[in-house]
Ligand binder design. Sequence first.
Ligand SMILES: Cc1ncc(COP(=O)(O)O)c(C=O)c1O
Length: 374
Amino acid sequence: MTTSHSIPIWRTYLSSPVRRQTHLEVANLLKSGRMVDGPLTERLEQTVQSAFDRHAVAVSSGMDAIELLFEAAEVRGRDVLIPANCFPSIPALADQLGARPRPVPVDPVHLAMAEHVPELAADALRPIVVWVHHAGMVAPYARRTITTLRASGHTVIEDCAYVLSGDHPADGPGTWGDMALFSYAPTKPLSGNGGAVALLRDAADAEQVSTRRSHSGQEHRWLGGDRFHRGRAITEFDAAVAYWQWHHRADTRGALHRLAATYTGLFGSSNCLALPIGRTAQDTWGRFTVDLATAAIARQARERMAKNGIATSVMFDLPWSGYSALSRAQPVENDLLELLQRTVCIPYHPTMRIPDVHRVAEFVTDALIQGGPQ
Ligand SMILES: Cc1ncc(COP(=O)(O)O)c(C=O)c1O
C-alpha cells in the first residue's frame, strides 16, 4: 500500500506569468522594507473594489476577515445561523465573540444552506446569517434567498472562501450579502501564501474593518474601551501574489473548466450519477465534490483510490455541532452525517493532467456503477 499521493486533491499553483510578476515586485519590496500597509495592499484593494463595486479591505486570512466582519456587525448577543456542514472554526469564533451559533440544515444537491432559512431566521435573535458557497458551489436559489434575508432586516455574510470569480464579478456571489470574504490561502482557488479580502456594502463598516486590522497605534481606541489581540493586516508579499493570481484568474478558470468538462463527460457517458441531478459544474468551483451514494461505498472507493496514489477527502467528518466544543448547539441528524460521509472531494487543480482525470473518474464510476470498487 502506498501512502504518498501522486494525484493530490489540490495543488497551489502559480503560473509562470504570476511567478515572474510577483518575483519582480518582491525584489523591490525586500529593498523597500515596507512589509505591510503599502502600495501592493492598496492596489489589491482598489482592483477588487472596482471589480465587485463594493468596499474592499485586504486582511491576513479568511478567518481574520470573518472575525473583523463579525466585529463590524456587533455579533455579541446575536444568533449566528451557520450551515451544519461548515468549517467548525466559524461557529467556534462566533461562540468566542459572545454570539450564539445555530446550525442550519443543508440542501444535499448544492450543499448550501436550505432554502427555508428565512423561516428559521424569523425566530432568531437579531440573526447574522453566514451563507457559505460550499466548495465554490453557488446554489441557484442563493441570490434570491440572501435577498429575502436582507429584506427582512437580517445581516448576511457570504463566505466565498472557495469561490473562483468570473470576469465580471460585480453581479455575482460576494455582492449579494451585506458583507463577504474571499480567501487566498494555499488551499483556495486563487492560492497564495495566505491573505483574504473582505467586501462590504457599508462605507463606515469598511472603515472600521480597515482601521481595526492593526494592533499598534491603537491607544485612542484602547482608551475608548476597545481591545486588540493581534495584527490582521495582509503582508505586502501576500498582496502581490493575490493580485497577480486575481489578474490571471481566467487561466485558472480555463484549466479547471477543462477538468470539470472531462469529469462530467465521463460520468455522463457511463450514466454515473456522481454529480447528483441538479449539481451542474460551475466555473466558480474551487473543489470538485461527488456524491458516492452511501458512506460505505465512499469509504471503500476512497481506500481503493488511496492505494493507487489518488488523494480524496470528505470536506467534514462531522457537522460542526457534533464536536464537543460546539455540541451545545443541537443534536446531529443521521441523514446529515451520511451526506457528509458520502460527499467526496476528488482531485481538481490547474495542473492536473487529463489522463489523470480519466483515472480518477474510472474509480468513481466503478464505485457507483459496479456496486463498489473491485
Ligand atoms: C468555508 C471557509 N471559510 C473560511 C475559511 C478560512 O479561510 P483562511 O484559511 O484563509 O483563514 C475556510 C478555510 O478553509 C473555509 O473552508
